[in-house]
Design a binder for this molecule. Structure first.
Ligand code: AMP
Length: 249
């Protein structure tokens, strides 16, 4: 069984995000970028499926500018076999990403597609669901356990108040939650080896997809600055301030 993993290049989660002075977007100039953490979990799960013998090949796909090849190489260093970049100048909106992924799925025919549950830059949490709808395939979102069982997969999902286990007929789509696994670190020899693994570059036109935006980003604003705290001398003073200044008592 082939496993296809969708990986996104996002701002590194350790970076303090800055907004452009004109509020038009997040400022990405000279900012460290990385593999979206939920996509890293998706790659790890696919590699584990291969190591256990349940999968035969792991293909990673990323949509975005040339720089996203860096994240494809990271996934290859973590154990994926080959990569596909779909070159676009800007990151397209989720529906376009899902349409492009659907075309890759049609061409590659994977038994399982694994995506992150959400990208930490835009927090969309919708690409996997859109892909499931476009392909009319069963989907298990927010997975905390994935077990292949013959021609189906059992997916345990993190839902409000507990866990839900679904049996999905393959081919299926899974999106990863945080507790699915703990991704490994790439070792130096694997990083070197990854440079020689195949990486195919395609364009949306090659896949017959016309990128059209249905949404427009109007404004991005930073959260309000937190006021500095003060030290009070006694409990009485604290109660007085909470009552008369903060007016929360
Ligand atoms: P989102 O719906 O944007 O929160 O993203 C959910 C998941 O969809 C991500 O974790 C990726 O697996 C996949 N995805 C989103 N955008 C891209 C992209 N540009 N390239 C590849 N995969 C993507």
């Amino acid at each position: 069984m082939k496993v296809l993993v969708a990986v996104k290049r996002v701002i590194d989660y350790n970076v303090k995000v800055r907004v452009k002075p004109d509020n038009s977007d997040v400022d990405l100039a000279n900012v460290k970028m990385a593999l979206n953490p939920f996509c890293e979990i998706a790659v790890e799960e696919a590699v584990r499926l291969k190591e256990s013998g349940a999968a035969s090949e792991v293909v990673v796909v990323s949509i975005g500018p040339k720089a996203c090849q860096e994240q494809i190489r990271t996934a290859l260093a973590l154990g994926a076999d080959r990569g596909i970049q779909i070159e676009t100048e800007e990151l397209p909106e989720s529906l376009s990403v899902a349409k492009l992924l659907a075309k890759v799925v049609e061409a590659e025919q994977p038994g399982l597609v694994i995506l992150g549950k959400q990208s930490i830059d835009a927090d969309n949490n919708q690409t996997g669901q859109m892909l499931g709808a476009l392909l009319n395939r069963p989907q298990g979102t927010f997975a905390s356990e994935v077990k292949i069982d013959g021609d189906s997969v059992n997916v345990t999902r993190e839902v409000d108040g507990g866990l839900q286990t679904l049996n999905l007929k393959l081919p299926a789509i899974v999106t990863t939650d945080l507790r699915l696994n703990e991704p490994r670190y790439a070792k130096l020899p694997d990083i070197m080896k990854a440079k020689r693994k195949p990486l195919d570059v395609k364009t949306p036109a090659d896949l017959g997809v016309d990128l059209k935006n249905h949404t427009r980003l109007l404004k991005v604003s930073a959260p309000a600055e937190r006021q500095a705290g003060i030290r009070v001398a006694s409990v009485d003073e604290l109660i007085d301030k909470l009552k008369n200044e903060a007016k929360v008592l």
